[in-house]
Ligand binder design. Sequence first.
Ligand SMILES: NC(=O)c1ccc[n+]([C@@H]2O[C@H](COP(=O)([O-])OP(=O)(O)OC[C@H]3O[C@@H](n4cnc5c(N)ncnc54)[C@H](OP(=O)(O)O)[C@@H]3O)[C@@H](O)[C@H]2O)c1
Length: 367
Amino acid sequence: MRILVTGANGQVGHELLRVLVKQPSPSIPLRSEGGRKSPPSLAKGVAPQARGDAHLLRNEGGRRAAAGGCRPPLCKIVPATRTGALEDGTPCERVDLADPDGMRDALDRIAPDIILNAAAYTAVDRAEDEPELAQRSNGDAPGVLGAWAKQHGARVVHYSTDYVFDGNASRPYREDDATHPVSVYGRSKLAGELALRDSGARHLILRTAWVYAARGHNFLRTILRLGAERDVLRVVDDQIGAPTSARLIAEVTARVVAQWCAPPSAGRGSMRSIGGMPTLDGTYHLVTSGQTSWCGFARAIFERARAGGLLARAPTVEAIRTIEYPTKAARPAWSVLDTTKLRETFDIALPDWQHGLDEVIGELTHS
Ligand SMILES: NC(=O)c1ccc[n+]([C@@H]2O[C@H](COP(=O)([O-])OP(=O)(O)OC[C@H]3O[C@@H](n4cnc5c(N)ncnc54)[C@H](OP(=O)(O)O)[C@@H]3O)[C@@H](O)[C@H]2O)c1
């Protein structure tokens, strides 16, 4: 089985490579009660085998599959980036979401059984000035992946966002709540969901939010940099969400894909049916439990960073309102997603948002 990971240099793509190639982290209790915990990680960073061209992974005695990793016994993980190189310069496959013909050629050449599409145009504010590129990359490309997958009997796992909602709800958003994006980025991501669904391919759409990691472009790294430079930071306190680590997203993805590709009897919860066969296909919300504001997240980051020795002193964090920090793109004030469907269907316990934070701060502290 070949698993193509697009956007392999991104936060989620990078963690997908880590998780698919080696064992998941020991510290996130993904299995709900009664399940056994994941075995410990073997090494830091992407295992050497994950770099460069496609390689073979052997599943030893089902251990990896039990941990939510690669299944069935022989998997080939194929990383792809927009430029055809991983961040350390090692060549890999080239898949540019903005180049549909190039994508089809790459798919024909790679012939994946599963496409994990972690690539996306994620520059939320810049998208307001580049709506066509955002639409091509986020809106049209999932349809191209879906059409190829449908034609070749492959499956697509695609990531989407809380930004498909307008943020005016008063309870956590469920998967079937009405969408109403308020930005170019949100509209492009919603278009991608629709294009993938319309393709008729076997698919999972995993909507996540407030993604961060020890590397890449994200709020945690920005706030740590600013915190080291300034005594006082003013951070928005009236946007609410659940910070979710890219590692958690990757680990849950691996576990979900293992169940999704297993015989139907292995699945749980209520299943739809495709052509009379039960299926776990569809849209799921994948975020941590609990909720906070950006301001609450910033304070928690500094508290952990100071305790972990990453910062000598923490700045004062002042709470401000969105209106005091204007951005080009509007953002939903309420980004809390209901994860009941994912938890019950796949028997997954999603940890509190603070759990992943400890792990990422720990990773930065020891790097
Ligand atoms: N970040 C968040 O807070 C957040 C929140 C909700 C949902 N999501 C979704 O989660 C998924 C993963 O996001 P992430 O946080 O991992 O994003 P990320 O760190 O920004 O990574 C996205 C990756 O996509 C690549 N990319 C951009 N345009 C591309 C193109 N035309 N062709 C191929 N690759 C391209 C980028 O490559 P370059 O480095 O070359 O630009 C980057 O490596 C995305 O679907 C995103 O929409 C993210």
